[in-house]
Design a protein around this ligand. Structure first.
Ligand SMILES: *[C@@H]1O[C@H](CO)[C@@H](O)[C@H](O)[C@H]1NC(C)=O
Ligand SMILES: *[C@@H]1O[C@H](CO)[C@@H](O)[C@H](O)[C@H]1NC(C)=O
Ligand SMILES: *[C@@H]1O[C@H](CO)[C@@H](O)[C@H](O)[C@H]1NC(C)=O
Ligand SMILES: *[C@@H]1O[C@H](CO)[C@@H](O)[C@H](O)[C@H]1NC(C)=O
Length: 337
């Protein structure tokens, strides 16, 4: 009831302040303030796709400075997504093996061009705030040799392949995702262009553990990795508990809760994260996902293939609920063919 209440308040706030505009968030491994989406017992934040240093102008005003995990630089310590902050619970969201090649997934809800970079800090202390100095491992795609991941104007899940350093093991490492956008006109020593100079940036931090290959029990069990939902699948639980689960196999550590009743309640009270009402300073015209929104009425008999068009719903959720009888398929959340 309390949550419901808060959602309503948030909804009203969002309406007053203009639509929340979607951008991007780290989903695999889940970023600290996105963990709630993936069955972890973590605080909910529907604006987890908006972790942009307080906004481009704010970051610019502060001389380009930003918190290590995307909070506004001038936010009083502890910042929300740094150790001690409300989203940094210390829960390890995924286990890896040193030296392995892993796929990192970022969900883009609105494309702003630009590129991603991933850095790793061997922290080994969930109460210790990470520093730039600690984030010394800039991760490389072993296939291309590149550290910058460009992905054009795509939206949806962008997978980036990187190799973890051979010699880094940790009970807690912080994986930092940085998204430097490229849709503002700017000037730097290369000249003036779209994407030159300072741009809006997004960040996410994820707590992971890395064990040396072959060692089964070295990495500790997560302190607080209680999974929320009873509906979490066996594989989810397994992946969370087993330190040495290799990165290649894991079928989605990130299984979304499938309990449709709970989810429907939640979703209806949620701020709508509309993909339409952009209040951005974007100069790129063609990125809206709105056009594909179809106001299909329910035909539960024929199974439709549905995808999420909003950050607060998962594809799986859409598939389940749009095909459910009776159907619950809000056009502002899901799009079906
Ligand atoms: C949710 O996350 C966004 C992005 O980091 C942040 O701006 C906002 O303040 C957070 N909301 C709450 C209630 O913590
Ligand atoms: C780990 O390997 C990197 C290169 O991959 C190297 O720069 C660094 O010095 C090594 N660190 C240790 C502690 O061996
Ligand atoms: C999960 O992965 C295992 C092997 O890694 C496979 O046998 C199993 O079918 C997969 N489960 C799902 C639901 O994909
Ligand atoms: C969801 O709605 C059902 C029926 O409308 C209600 O029984 C249930 O308590 C609700 N759950 C939550 C979490 O609000």
């Amino acid at each position: 009831m309390h949550l419901l209440h808060m959602s309503v308040v948030l909804y009203i706030l969002n309406t007053l302040l203009g639509a929340v505009h979607g951008h991007a968030y780290l989903t695999d491994p889940p970023g600290r303030n996105s963990m709630w989406r993936f069955g972890f017992n973590a605080m909910i934040n529907y604006s987890d796709n908006d972790q942009n240093c307080g906004g481009f102008l704010h970051q610019k005003y502060l001389g380009g400075k930003c918190g290590m995990c995307g909070d506004p630089y001038d936010q009083p310590a502890p910042r929300d997504n740094e150790a001690g902050g409300k989203y940094a619970t210390g829960t390890i969201s995924k286990y890896y093996t040193a030296g392995s090649t892993i796929d990192i997934t970022v969900r883009i809800t609105m494309n702003h061009l630009g590129f991603f970079e991933f850095r790793l800090c061997e922290n080994n202390d969930v109460t210790k705030t990470i520093t730039k100095k600690c984030l010394k491992h800039l991760l490389v795609n072993p296939e291309t040799g590149e550290t910058k991941r460009y992905f054009g104007d795509r939206t949806g899940d962008i997978v980036t392949r990187v190799k973890l350093p051979k010699n880094v093991t940790c009970s807690q490492c912080v994986l930092q995702w940085r998204y430097k956008t490229g849709n503002s006109w700017g000037t730097d020593d290369q000249g003036s262009c779209l994407g030159c100079g300072p741009q809006e940036e997004f960040y996410g931090c994820s707590d992971i553990a890395i064990s040396s290959s072959g060692v089964t029990n070295e990495a500790s069990t997560p302190k607080t990795s209680t999974l929320l939902t009873t509906s979490s699948t066996a594989s989810t639980t397994k992946t969370t508990a087993a330190p040495t689960e290799s990165t290649t196999n894991s079928n989605k550590t990130t299984t979304a809760p499938t309990d449709s009743t709970t989810d429907s309640n939640k979703t209806t009270t949620v701020p709508t994260e509309s993909t339409t009402g952009t209040t951005t300073t974007t100069t790129v015209p063609t990125e809206s996902t709105t056009d594909t929104t179809t106001t299909t009425t329910a035909h539960p008999k024929t199974k439709r293939s549905c995808v999420s068009i909003a950050v607060n719903a998962e594809d799986k959720w859409c598939n389940t609920n749009c095909n459910h009888d009776p159907s619950f398929c809000p056009p502002y959340l899901c799009s079906c063919n």
